[in-house]
Design a protein around this ligand. Sequence first.
Ligand SMILES: CC(C)(COP(=O)(O)OP(=O)(O)OC[C@H]1O[C@@H](n2cnc3c(N)ncnc32)[C@H](O)[C@@H]1OP(=O)(O)O)[C@@H](O)C(=O)NCCC(=O)NCCS
Length: 323
Amino acid sequence: MQVVVAEGRMREEILDATFPVWNEGLTREAYDRWNAAQLRTPWGAEHLRRFALVDDRGRWVATAKRYLWPMRLDGVEGTMCGFGAVFTRPEERGRGYAATMIERLIEQSRAEGAAVAGLFSEIGERFYERLGFRTVPLDEFDVHVDRRNGAPAMLVRFGHDRDLPGLAAMHAVRCADVAFALRRDPSLIEYALTKKRLLAGLGHRAAPGAQRQIEFFVAEEGASAVAYVVLTVSSGGWTIEEAGDRDPAGARLGAILQVLIAREPSRATPLIRTWWPPAMPVPPQMRLLNRVPARDIFMMRPIADLRIPSRAEDVFYWRSDYF
Ligand SMILES: CC(C)(COP(=O)(O)OP(=O)(O)OC[C@H]1O[C@@H](n2cnc3c(N)ncnc32)[C@H](O)[C@@H]1OP(=O)(O)O)[C@@H](O)C(=O)NCCC(=O)NCCS
């Protein structure tokens, strides 16, 4: 058995097999384009690859996507190999192929410098716990934003690529004292935005309940972004995917949210959900309510001699970087 990069015909077969599980409401063709386009982004081309475990006859039996996420853990800057879309052919399940593939990919990633492995489990904790992964707590909240009579007087505009260095700088400051965080440079942030925009764009013909829209707004001073928010808007409400404010009080971020809500004064405030890193200040116009563990289970396993964070306070992670 060996692990290979899944390309050409093998990639097509894998997309056919995984489409029913991860189609996100897309057509089969759009699912193909969504996957291909992520690999063509500057960040994706360098950090994301789809692998397959092939048997002695060269037939794939299991597959996964592997990301190399730049991260910092306990002061050590390194890489987290992240696994997504772990999948075994239905007729080959229960033979240890997924476990073998993950072990091989971890070994390979170790050789490429990865210090930890990470994933979001859709099948509970047990399977991955047996492989040495441990759950890393992430908190999910409902967000209450104080509604004002009208919008606060502040310039809010669409975000642009030229804002990304400012976003990266805000992130670096906010997560500086937290044990675990991704090192989000402009190209990673661009990837996170592009991935969501592609999904929204390719899904424009999806059933109304599955349609979504990505909104990226900044508040600026001089010509540079000083606060921002990225939202997914769907029929279920808004998700704050990521946010930032150069000021530690976060008042400009709160004002952006008030401006966005004031766009539709006659409508009820949408249901707003978020993963909010504990180290991120909560703007004075906002309250976080109904804390629950994030529905997506984040798990990590050490590869080098590092401690996996066990408290939400030790993690700075936005929904934007779900993989
Ligand atoms: C999960 C999956 C990748 C496991 O592949 P596999 O090659 O059969 O895995 P292994 O042989 O290494 O391990 C089998 C174990 O998987 C676990 N498992 C499989 N499906 C599971 C599920 N839905 N929930 C929890 N555990 C599951 C079982 O505990 C099984 O253990 P058992 O042998 O004690 O019954 C495979 O079932 C699959 O492709 N499922 C559909 C896609 C999916 O949900 N992927 C996971 C995304 S996080």
